[in-house]
Each structure stands twice: as C-alpha cells, then as structure tokens.
Write a protein that binds this ligand. Sequence first.
Ligand SMILES: Nc1ncnc2c1ncn2[C@@H]1O[C@H](COP(=O)(O)OP(=O)(O)O)[C@@H](O)[C@H]1O
Ligand SMILES: [Mg+2]
Length: 380
Amino acid sequence: MGNKIRVGLVYGGRSGEHQVSLQTALAVLKAFDYDKYELIPFYITPKGQWRSGPLLSAPPSAVAELQFTPAGEASAGSGDAGGTLALLPVLQGMSEKVLTEGSPVSDGKAIDVMLPLLHGTFGEDGTIQGLFEMAGLPYVGAGVLASSVGMDKVAMKTMFAQAGLPQVGYRHLIRFQWNKDREAVLANIEELGYPCFVKPANLGSSVGVSKARNREELVAAIEEALRFDRKVIVEEFVDAREIEVSVLGNDDPRASVPGEIVSSNEFYDYKAKYIDGKSIMVIPAEIPQETADAVRDMALRAFRSIDGSGLCRADFFLRRSDGKLFINEVNTLPGFTPYSMYPQMWKESGVSYRELLDTLIQLALERFEERQSIDYGGGE
Ligand SMILES: Nc1ncnc2c1ncn2[C@@H]1O[C@H](COP(=O)(O)OP(=O)(O)O)[C@@H](O)[C@H]1O
Ligand SMILES: [Mg+2]
C-alpha cells in the first residue's frame, strides 16, 4: 500500500454533462493500474453535493455500487482515508478554518493528486481548479486560466487571434446589449452574412447551438442561446470537415495524429455526439500529409496560446472548397472514455489509455512541483 500514488477522482457535477462524466469515471476507475495507484472517488450530485466514496485498491465493477457518504458527515472508508474528509470542508465551502490553518492535507499523505473528470460549467471552467489551488493540491489538466479561457469561446478566440491562428469571422453580444439595442446588434452580426452559427459563449456539447439562415432564424437562435448564457457568439458558417488533434504535455507538449469526425447530423450537435452514436471517428484522418502537419502544429500553438497544461483536444474546420484550416476551439477536458476521440487519437499515435493516465498524473505532479518552487512573495 504505502508507496502508491493516491488519486482523488472527481466526477458527476452540476453541469449538463453529468451523465457523460459518470461514464468517463467508470472507464477511468477500471483502467487504472492498481499496483501503482489507489483511488478515492468523489461524486458530485447534479445539485452540487459532494459525496466521498471508499478507498479503492482494485477496480470496482460499477460506480453505482460504491457506497458514498455525504461530505463531512461520516468517515470515508478505512481510517487512513480520513485525510479526505479534512479536504472536504475546502471542497464544500472554503471554511474559515481551512483558510486560516492552511491545507488540510498537510501531512502530505491524504491525496497526492486530484483528477477532475467534470465537463462543462463548474469543472472544465477553472472553478474546481481554483479550489485545488487553494487547497494546495496537485491536479490533472489545465490550470485556472487555461480552463476558464478554454471555456469561454469569446476569450478563447481572442487568444487564438493574438497567436495568429486562422479562424472564421465572428461577433459577440451580451444580453444587456440585446435588450437595449437589438437593431444595432443585428446589423453588426449581419456583416458576417448568412448562414451563421449562434452559440452560448460558455457551454459545451453543442447545447444551445444553432444555425441561422435569415434574420428571423437569427433572432430565434440568439434568444435560444441567451437561455444558456448572458454572452453569445455568432460565427460565419463554414462548410467544412471537422478535424481534431490531441495534445499532451506541459511546457513541451506533443500532438497526436489528427482524426476526423464525420457527423450523422447536419452538424455535430448534442444528439449526434451522445445519443444516436452514429457519428464516425476516422483516425488517422484521411487528409494530405501537409495538412496533417499543419493542423498538428496549429494544435500546439493553440495549446500554448491559452497557456495549457496536461491535455487538450484542439478542434478544426477544414474548408471543403479550398482546404483551408481554421481553428474552432480547444477543450481542456475532452471526452475521456476509452472510446472518445482524445484517447483514440493517442492510441493511434502509440499511447495506450493506461499510459495516458500515467502521463497525465506525472504531468500534474511535475507542474505542481514547479509551482511550488515559485516565490509568490508571501514570506514566511
Ligand atoms: N462556424 C461554424 N460553421 C459550421 N459549423 C459549425 C460552426 N461552428 C460550429 N459548427 C458545428 O457545430 C458543432 C458544435 O460547435 P462547437 O463550437 O464545437 O461547440 P461545442 O463547444 O458545443 O462543441 C461543431 O462541431 C460543428 O459541427
Ligand atoms: Mg466542439
């Protein structure tokens, strides 16, 4: 037992992607090498309640069978997992005790590294990363800044533009402007021409995304997107193939072979992604070598432009008319079941699912180590 790396696995969560996260958690729990790791699952209910599970030193057959206790009420499994409970006040609500007495896991034994498997809001957006920073815990994946930039499509595009990455034309609006001067907002957007694509700035999984072919549809699409966010982005429509690349690393990241998503629907919406399962992944993508090289290079630039760490999946449009590449977005916590694009592209590049988990944990520990060595000017 003694020398195993103890991993805190956080999944579920207050987001539309709760179910996806559960599937991912089960796959990850099963894939770990239990000679090297022991795991403590943390389940976040859809309402945001934290529950801690038992210390696992073998893979569970199903997540649903694990016993979970509400955070802070009872002991999580065996006695030596007690440190996890000390962590919970932080995770639950930043109690005053924790803020004044420092990290509750200062014995250094409780949890070695946190692995958040939460997609979307309150997981992929920097909020939980901030909690881990405050708790002094290493964690897998992007930091606070990269996570939040990667979640907000407007902020992300600003970074991409700064890095000189090609993207389609876009405009954005906030609800306040929409309510105040709709005509001006529409006139500004219509410079893009029709059809255009309307998306909430901060949601993933294609929720609230629609295509507008005329003003009437545009108004409806904006109203729809505003249900999900106060900020909306509208983009030029591009008739394109969708090419993706997996990135892995910290300061010196690597890019996988590119893959292509061939959607079953008109565009890659929520249904195509998660429900009918008809979308096809083609890995490696059948594209010319120069295009593959270019897209991998752009994926690394995109990763650096948001100051990424650990992992990200960079998504591109390859325009059908002329083969021009545009970056669409990066996902700092991409789908991560063994059958998802991200691990599949690594598999094709020679990195197995298990090796991927090993590498991500190693990268998390390295990043933490480096941050520990920084002088934050706080004194003693
Ligand atoms: N500008 C665009 N032109 C054409 N299709 C688009 C455009 N933007 C998005 N799409 C389609 O909508 C899907 C979802 O959009 P995306 O920006 O990737 O949002 P999400 O964060 O929800 O994945 C894309 O995978 C693509 O199929
Ligand atoms: Mg997408």
